[in-house]
Design a protein around this ligand. Structure first.
Ligand SMILES: [Zn+2]
Length: 87
């Protein structure tokens, strides 16, 4: 049955309604975690090595989004790969 399904963020349990497709990534609006699809109906946090493989412009967009989210406060400690390597 195809209905309205908010998938909980694996990091903070906040419902994520922007579900990424395979090969895509989304950012949890509550905790800033980078999320990728895990099967058809679930999400999981993106690993550091996966994050390193996505294009640089996408990475910087995600980093900026995560920072904005985390700056609003009230979020648990981030598990998203937020460090920016200078090289
Ligand atoms: Zn979250």
């Amino acid at each position: 049955m195809e209905g309205h399904t908010d998938v909980p963020c694996p990091n903070c349990n906040n419902p994520v309604n922007d579900r990424p497709r395979a090969g895509d990534v989304t950012v949890c609006l509550n905790c800033g975690a980078w999320l990728v699809p895990d099967g058809d109906t679930k999400l999981r946090g993106m690993s550091r090595s996966e994050a390193e493989q996505i294009p640089e412009d996408v990475q910087s967009t995600l980093i900026r989004a995560s920072r904005l989210i985390l700056q609003r406060g009230s979020a648990p400690a981030p598990t998203a790969p937020l460090e920016e390597d200078p090289d």
